[in-house]
Design a protein around this ligand. Structure first.
Ligand SMILES: Nc1nc2c(ncn2[C@@H]2O[C@H](COP(=O)(O)OP(=O)(O)OP(=O)(O)O)[C@@H](O)[C@H]2O)c(=O)[nH]1
Ligand SMILES: [Mg+2]
Length: 219
């Protein structure tokens, strides 16, 4: 077999290599901590820890700069970086974008935290700025929902409930039920620090604000 034949056949099997972001599309790359439920359990305060939040915003800043993105948004263990239609790093190759963003986030977080932490990555695409704003509203709504759940769960746990009791107590509850539960423990969810209830953003601002107004803008 000639070497060039082998080369051609093997290159053809790099099946996903030619996959690129669609020309002219907005994109968001989202990295997410791998197994962070377990990783955070013994290392950071529940449900929210300022040092963890600072590690995530530091990682978001590095990712934004390395990718040359327009805007970065972080909540919980995830970071979204908005890439404008003109983004042309790595020839817009999806494999490179996904693997390098996960690598950059893992390296930045690990180096700041002083121990190994790993991120996965995925890509979202939108047809216009409106789509991107909807995407950010979606992640912000997720942040607020998770924060309310986290506050309720850990308020119950800290007042003596077992994990099973706390989970059971929250099953089937509405947002209003959860707010009432917190009130009965002397917590007003509207007054918890913004970085608990929403997220942090860095880079330029979107032209229309996401649905809720509790993100800590950071430029
Ligand atoms: N202690 C602590 N945990 C946090 C904080 N912020 C986020 N987390 C935790 O990070 C985890 C993120 O959850 P997921 O991304 O859904 O789950 P995961 O365990 O990372 O699993 P995969 O993402 O599927 O690998 C949740 O368990 C959160 O409680 C924080 O400030 N303090
Ligand atoms: Mg995760």
């Amino acid at each position: 077999m000639r070497t060039t034949d082998l080369e051609t056949r093997m290159r053809e099997r790099e099946w996903f290599h030619s996959l690129t972001l669609l020309p002219g599309a907005w994109a968001v790359v989202r990295v997410d901590g791998r197994g962070f439920s377990r990783y955070t359990e013994s290392r950071f305060e529940k449900p929210f820890d300022l040092r963890f939040s600072e590690l995530m915003t530091g990682t978001a800043r590095v990712l934004l700069e390395e990718l040359g993105g327009r805007y970065a948004y972080t909540e919980s263990d995830e970071i979204s970086v908005v890439l404008p239609p003109g983004f042309d790093l790595f020839g817009r190759e999806v494999e490179k974008l996904v693997s390098l963003s996960a690598g950059i986030a893992s390296a930045a977080f690990t180096s700041a935290a002083g121990e190994v932490a790993v991120f996965d990555s995925r890509v979202w695409m939108g047809t216009g700025l409106g789509d991107v704003l909807d995407y950010l509203s979606w992640r912000q709504a997720d942040a607020t929902r998770c924060a309310l759940n986290g506050w309720c769960y850990w308020t119950l746990r800290k007042s003596g409930a077992t994990p099973r009791q706390a989970t059971r107590a929250l099953e089937g509850t509405t947002t209003s039920d959860k707010n009432d539960l917190l009130h009965s423990h002397g917590v007003n969810f509207n007054e918890v620090p913004a970085w608990h209830a929403a997220a942090s953003a860095c880079g330029g601002r979107p032209t229309r604000r996401p649905a809720t107004t509790r993100s800590a803008a950071w430029t």
